[in-house]
Write a protein that binds this ligand. Structure first.
Ligand code: FAD
Length: 477
C-alpha cells in the first residue's frame, strides 16, 4: 500500500481484516496528506428521505455528462455501508440531539447527506482514528518515511516496488498486489489548496511502468482560497461560510455572482473579474457571519493578520481536486496487472468533468475496500523476482512548470497555451497538455476559450493516455 491518507489507511485495514499482511509505505506524516485537511465531510445517502438513486443523479449531474455511470453507481450504493463501517472502527461522527447522524447539505446535493466529524475537522478525525488502528494492527507494517521511487515489474506484471527511506536507503518490497493511494496532483499548479506533496507521484510511477492515465484535463478549482500572500496562501475557505451569508465583492466593492452557485461557476466568475481588473483577489465579506462556527478558518486568518469581523478577506481560485488519474476498473485495478489505484490518484471516471462536494472521501473508502479485496486475492509474486528496479528521477516540478500550469492550464485554457505546455520539461505537465488538447470542447472543469461549448459527441468519453502518444477519447461503461 503506497500512501497513508484516507484511501491508503482504510484499504490497508480492510486488507488486514481479510487476513493479508500489509506493508503501508508513506513518504510524509499524516498532517501532510490532503485527507487530514478535508473540511467538509463524507457523502452517503443515509437519510430516510434520501436514496442512492438520488445521490447518483446528483453525481451524474455534477459530472456534466462525462461521469462513468457504473462507477458513480458503485459509489452511491456503497458509501452508506462504508460510513457505518467507519463508525464500527471508532470514528465518531457528529450527531443531532436525538443521537442520529447529523447530515449536512452541500452545493450540488439535493438532500442532506454529508456526515461530519468535529464540525469542519472531518478529515483530521477520520484519518487520526484510522492511522491509530493501522499503527497498532499486527498484520500492518507502517514504513514511514519511505517514498516509492519505482514500481517493480516482472514481465508485464507489477510485483512490488522500490522504496527509499529517510536516509536514502533502498527498501525493496514484493507484493501480491501493489496499491497506489498517493493522492492527487493539484500542487503542480502554482496556486493550490493542497499540501505541497500533492504532485501526482503515483501517476508518474504508474505511467513510467506502462499503466494508462485518464481525464488529466479535469482539475477542479476551488473558488475561495486565501490570497493574502504567505503565510496561509491557498488556505481553503469552505463554501459553508457563503452558505451562512458571506458575500463576494469585486475590486470595486460590488457583488457580482450568486455566491451559492456551483463551485465551477463561482470560480469562473471570479476569474473573469480578476482578468478584467488586473487584481490578484476579490473580497470575501464575512463580517456579518458568526465566525465562531468556523474556528479553523478564524485561526488561519488570524495567522495571516486578518480579522474576519473587521477585514474583508482576499480570495481567489486555486487548484483543488484531481478528477483524473491512473485509469482503473471498478475494483481499483489499473491496466497493468498487479497494480491498483485508489483515492485521488485513481480515475474510475466517477467524477466526470466535475467532482461533487464530499464524494472524494466517500470514494477513498468505497474503492479503497474494493481495491484491497482485489489486491489481496492476487497470486503471490514469483520466487525468482530478480533485482529490484532502479529509482526513477524524482518527480519534482520546477517553479517554472508550476507557473506554466497555472497560466496555460488554469480555469480557462486554449489550444495555443496547451501546445506551449506540451513542450514543458516535466512529463506530467506534458500529459495534462495532451489531454487538454484532445478534449476539443468546454465541459465542467475544462474550459477552452477557443471552443467554448460542449461537444455532444464527447458525452461520456474519457481522454485516455497511453504513454506519450496523443490521448484517445474513449467511452467507458
Ligand atoms: C483543503 C481540502 C479540503 C477538502 N475537503 C474535502 C471534503 O470535505 N470532503 C471530501 O470528500 N473531500 C475533500 N477534499 C478532497 C479529499 O480530502 C481528498 O480527495 C482525499 O483526502 C484524498 O485522499 P487520498 O488518500 O487519495 O490522498 P492523500 O490524503 O493526499 O494521501 C496521499 C498519501 O500518499 C503519500 N505519498 C505520495 N506519494 C508517495 C510516494 N511516492 N511514496 C510513498 N508515499 C507517497 C503521502 O505521503 C500521503 O500519505 C479536500 C481536499 C483539500 C485539500
Amino acid at each position: 500500500m503506497v500512501g497513508a491518507g484516507a484511501a491508503g489507511l482504510y484499504a490497508a485495514l480492510v486488507a488486514a481484516r481479510q487476513g493479508a499482511r500489509v506493508a503501508l509505505v508513506s513518504r510524509s506524516p499524516l498532517a501532510e496528506t490532503a485527507s487530514y485537511w478535508a473540511q467538509g465531510g463524507i457523502a452517503a445517502a443515509l437519510a430516510e428521505e434520501d436514496s442512492p438513486e438520488r445521490h447518483l443523479e446528483d453525481t451524474l449531474a455534477a459530472g456534466r455528462g462525462a461521469a462513468r455511470g457504473s462507477a458513480a453507481r458503485v459509489l452511491c450504493d456503497e458509501s452508506p455501508g462504508r460510513v457505518r463501517d467507519l463508525e464500527r472502527l471508532g470514528v465518531r461522527f457528529d450527531a443531532d440531539r436525538h443521537g442520529a447522524l447529523a447530515l449536512g447539505l452541500e452545493g450540488g446535493h439535493s438532500a442532506r447527506r454529508i456526515v461530519h466529524a468535529g464540525g469542519a475537522a472531518t478529515g483530521r478525525r477520520v484519518t487520526r482514528q484510522l492511522s491509530a488502528l493501522a499503527a497498532t494492527h499486527e498484520r500492518i507494517e507502517v514504513l514511514e518515511p519511505v517514498a516509492a521511487v519505482a514500481l517493480w515489474l516482472s514481465g508485464d506484471r507489477c510485483i512490488g516496488l522500490l522504496g527509499r527511506d529517510g536516509r536514502g536507503g533502498a527498501v525493496p518490497l514484493l507484493a501480491r498486489g501493489t496499491v497506489l493511494a498517493t493522492g492527487g496532483m493539484a500542487a503542480l499548479w502554482e496556486r493550490t489548496t493542497n499540501p505541497p506533496g500533492a504532485l501526482g507521484a503515483g501517476l508518474y510511477l504508474a505511467a513510467a511502468a506502462g499503466a494508462v492515465l485518464a481525464d488529466l484535463e479535469f482539475m477542479q478549482f476551488h473558488p475561495t482560497a486565501l490570497a493574502a500572500g504567505s503565510p496561509g496562501d491557498g488556505f481553503l475557505i469552505t463554501e459553508a461560510v457563503r452558505g451562512e451569508g458571506a458575500t463576494l465583492l469585486d475590486p470595486s466593492g460590488e457583488r457580482f455572482v450568486d455566491e451559492l452557485a456551483p463551485r465551477d461557476e463561482v470560480a469562473l466568475a471570479i476569474e473573469s473579474r480578476l482578468r478584467q481588473s488586473g487584481e490578484r483577489a476579490v473580497w470575501l465579506d464575512m463580517r456579518a457571519i458568526d465566525t465562531e462556527r468556523f474556528p479553523n478558518i478564524a485561526a488561519a486568518l488570524a495567522d495571516a493578520g486578518l480579522d474576519p469581523k473587521r477585514d474583508l478577506v482576499p480570495v481567489a481560485p486555486a487548484a483543488h481536486y484531481t478528477m483524473g488519474g491512473v485509469a482503473t476498473d471498478l475494483h481499483g485495478r489499473a491496466t497493468l496487472a498487479g497494480l491498483h489505484a485508489v483515492g485521488e490518484c485513481a480515475c474510475t471516471g466517477l467524477h466526470g468533468a466535475n467532482r461533487l462536494a464530499s464524494n472524494s472521501l466517500a470514494e477513498c473508502m468505497v474503492f479503497g475496500r474494493r481495491a484491497a479485496l482485489a489486491a489481496a486475492a492476487r497470486p503471490a509474486p514469483p520466487a525468482d523476482a530478480g533485482a529490484p528496479p532502479p529509482p526513477l528521477p524524482p518527480p519534482l516540478p520546477g517553479a517554472s512548470t508550476r507557473a506554466a500550469l497555472w497560466r496555460l492550464a488554469g480555469l480557462v485554457r486554449d489550444a495555443d497555451g496547451l501546445r506551449e505546455l506540451a513542450r514543458d520539461p516535466f512529463p506530467l505537465a506534458r500529459s495534462i497538455a495532451a489531454a487538454g488538447l484532445a478534449r476539443e470542447e468546454s465541459r465542467g472543469a475544462h474550459q477552452r476559450r477557443d471552443v467554448p461549448a460542449p461537444d455532444p459527441a464527447l458525452d461520456g468519453r474519457h481522454a485516455v493516455l497511453r504513454g506519450e502518444a496523443s490521448p484517445s477519447m474513449e467511452r467507458w461503461d
